[in-house]
Design a protein around this ligand. Structure first.
Ligand SMILES: [Cu+2]
Length: 167
C-alpha cells in the first residue's frame, strides 16, 4: 500500500517536471512532444520556405551549399530524400572532402532523429542524401539539417537548413 502510494507520488513528480520542461518552446504554435495538435511553424523566423535550388549561407563561406530538390517537396514528416550540390566559390566541384549529414535535429525539443542519412556523391558536386538511409523527420515541428564538408577529421565548412515539417 505504502509502496504504491510512493510510486504514484514519484510518477506525479516526474510528470510535473516533464510538463514544465516540455512546455518550454521558442515557437508558441508548437505543442512540443505532446502529440496530436496540428503544428504550424512555417512563420518561424529560422525556417526557410522551400524552393528548388535554394542556397543557404555557410559558416565559413568557403563553399556554396544548395538544396537542388527535395522529395517530397516541401519536406514532410517521415522519410525524405534530397539532392544537394556543394561547390567552391567558382562553381567547381570540391576536389577532396567528404560530405556528411548528421541525424536531423529538433532544436526546440532538444532531440534528433536516430537515423544517420546516407550521403552518396553522384559527380560534379552533386550528392544524394537519404536515398539508402533516410532523412527521417519523425514528428512535426522545426527541423535543422546540418551539412558538413570534412577532410577526414576537420570540418572545412558547414551549412544549416531549417524547415518546418507540418503535421
Ligand atoms: Cu520533437
Amino acid at each position: 500500500m505504502a509502496r504504491s502510494y510512493f510510486a504514484v507520488a514519484a510518477m506525479a513528480t516526474i510528470l510535473g517536471i516533464c510538463t514544465a520542461a516540455c512546455s518550454t518552446s521558442d515557437s508558441p504554435a508548437d505543442p512540443g512532444d505532446a502529440g496530436n495538435v496540428y503544428v504550424k511553424c512555417d512563420d518561424d523566423k529560422r525556417v526557410i520556405p522551400y524552393t528548388p535550388n535554394m542556397e543557404v549561407a555557410s559558416a565559413q563561406k568557403k563553399f556554396k551549399f544548395k538544396l537542388v530538390s527535395a522529395d517530397p517537396a516541401p519536406p514532410q514528416k517521415n522519410h525524405n530524400k534530397w539532392k544537394i550540390r556543394i561547390v567552391d566559390q567558382n562553381g567547381a566541384e570540391i576536389p577532396d572532402g567528404v560530405v556528411t549529414v548528421p541525424p536531423p535535429f529538433m532544436p526546440d525539443h532538444g532531440h534528433g532523429s536516430s537515423v544517420t542519412p546516407s550521403v552518396i556523391p553522384t559527380g560534379d558536386g552533386n550528392y544524394d542524401v537519404g536515398f539508402t538511409s533516410p532523412l527521417h523527420f519523425f514528428m512535426p515541428g522545426v527541423w535543422r539539417i546540418t551539412v558538413n564538408v570534412k577532410i577526414p577529421n576537420t570540418v572545412l565548412d558547414s551549412a544549416e537548413f531549417y524547415f518546418c515539417v507540418p503535421g
